[in-house]
Design a protein around this ligand. Structure first.
Ligand code: MF3
Ligand code: CO
Length: 256
């Protein structure tokens, strides 16, 4: 089921979205050599609380892991794809690549977004990985229009990523979002003919989140039940935005 949102509801989601944007912007600037991922977590907890919101991921139960996620952030470093857990023992160093993913709930409505940044100088091939992943998201955002179908989004991401020689992670997907962090439809980053392909309609809100490996696509989840890593140890990138379908085209709720 896909729950469409009224203009008044979209305004509430906009507030959540802008808070997530501000938090990620600050964390992206803070993510430098020597900072631990737990430093980022602590800063996020404070910013979210100061805004009168709730960290959406903290306490989130996933059937796949059978546990509640303990943190406000997912901080996925290097070969970690998504759901890396903040730790006082993970100190960022030059050349690392970190995906910072967070969500908030404000007045009942969720926002969810992710960025990937390099620490100091990163090599050209990693810069390209980040750029291609981000561009694939931007190209997909442009497909979030009435009359298009879900597969237009999926295929746009897939074509751009694969034509540049990188791999789409299959096991994790984007999602609808609203008064739940995860709602229908699932938004894979590839065309899955077994999946539903609904027409996009005004008021739908999609969290689009390409997860892209430098090497092979295969992933595995570590014994902590959450951290997803690439099987071949290759570096992974992840960007995410929440996008509403409006009469005037795509509205990216998670940036100004
Ligand atoms: N952006 C991810 C998602 O939407 C992060 C979820 S972490 C969790 O699925 F803990 F909330 F599951
Ligand atoms: Co998400």
């Amino acid at each position: 089921m896909i729950i469409r949102k009224s203009p008044a509801e979209l305004q509430k989601m906009r507030r959540s979205g802008l808070l997530v944007y501000q938090v990620l912007k600050n964390l992206g600037e803070m993510a430098t050599e020597g900072v631990t991922t737990m430093d980022l977590e602590n800063a996020a907890i404070k910013m979210i609380a100061d805004a009168g919101a709730r960290p959406a991921f903290k306490g989130y139960f996933s059937a796949a892991s059978g546990t509640r996620y303990p943190y406000a952030l997912c901080t996925s470093v290097n070969d970690q794809i998504v759901h890396g857990m903040p730790s006082t023992r993970i100190q960022l160093k030059k050349g690392d690549v970190i995906s910072i993913d967070t969500g908030v709930q404000l007045e009942g409505y969720y926002g969810d977004s992710a960025i990937t940044v390099g620490i100091g100088e990163i090599n050209n091939s990693l810069r390209k990985l980040l750029q291609v992943t981000q561009d694939s998201l931007e190209m997909a955002i442009d497909k979030v229009r009435e009359g298009n179908r879900l597969f237009d989004i999926c295929s746009t991401v897939q074509k751009h990523v694969e034509s540049n020689g990188f791999s789409i992670v299959r096991e994790f997907v984007g999602h609808g979002i609203g008064t739940n962090l995860h709602e229908g439809p699932q938004v894979p980053n590839y065309v899955d003919r077994n999946n539903e392909n609904p027409r996009l309609k005004e008021g739908m809100v999609l969290a689009i989140e390409p997860m892209v490996n430098f090497g092979k696509a295969a992933s595995k989840v570590l014994s902590d039940k959450w951290t997803a890593v690439s099987q071949d140890g290759s570096i992974s990138a992840h960007f995410e935005h929440c996008v509403a379908v409006t009469k005037d085209g795509p509205w990216v709720l998670t940036r100004p």
